[in-house]
Design a protein around this ligand. Sequence first.
Ligand code: TRP
Ligand code: SF4
Length: 338
Amino acid sequence: MEKLNLVSGMRSTGKLHLGHYMGVITNWVKLQEEYNCFFFVADWHALTTKYDKTQNLKQDKLDVVLDWLACGINPEKSTIYFQSKVLQIAELHILLSMITPNNWVERDPTLKDMVKILKSKTEDTSENMPQMSYGLLGYPVLMSADIMAVNGAVVPVGVDQLAHLEITRDIARRFNNIYNTEIFNEPKPRLTEVPLLVGVDGQKMGKSFQNDIKISDDENTTSKKIMQCITDRSRARKDDPGHPDKCEVAFKYYQAFSDGDEIEQTKCECTLGKRGCADCKRRLGNIINEKFAPIRAKRQEYQKDVSKVYDIINEGSKKAAIEAEKTMFKVREAVNIG
Ligand code: TRP
Ligand code: SF4
């Protein structure tokens, strides 16, 4: 049986952290076997909120792909590309924007949240500070174009993206109805089930909170950050009995990054007061460093030969454009535009 097309994208936020690794990338690596995968850097989407901060955009885009490649996203199996290199996506976005009722996007809860966060971050309250740009309002429409351009059947996303995807399904159905065609299927979400990894301070892990550990951090930096992890706050001395279930960060990382025996041993020694937290975190740092050593080495190899990485991206962008052009040929026919 022919493999189904799977599409997913990440905004170009720069170097990825261990939360991305556990939550998204390991999942993508597995999905490569089952589906015909299209993985892209959503650089246009990045502009919906950071249109005025593009100084690092080029490097950020590259960093995302370097992390993917290092973690095992395989260009022989998957199509890796930049959204902005597939112009058919922009063309489809325009056509979809014509058939999308305003209130569909205006009531998108994820979009509302984005605007709230944006407002809370900006100090500029002057009148010319746009709270919601035309481009940002179209976020879910652009996302629909991403998916529909390459005929995506399956879209792995986190829960926060489900509202967008619901709009995609509505838009696909509406397009088929209006133009009396069956060009588009209704793409299905595939929920990423891995619980989100917390940052070293116990809050949600994120670049802007400065509580993240990057995939590409060196061993020293990683060890230092791990030493900042919150543990069992009720534990005063190292021979007090500890509570792994109340250990807010360190033990969670053990569960995420070490094997069953290690987890059991840690639980046991902690509970009996036989392992101090500093010791426990030193050990954890080593475990994480060991796990990411081959990934980091691979990243450095690619980093040495960035032109090879751009070759991969250009090749992928061409492949995605061919797929999108097939779609657009049918779409233009259906709309009678050319
Ligand atoms: N909005 C997604 C996010 O922020 C990124 C994205 C853009 C995406 N286009 C997509 C994800 C298409 C899946 C499919 O995570
Ligand atoms: Fe957490 Fe380890 Fe300290 Fe126990 S010993 S509280 S598991 S850091």
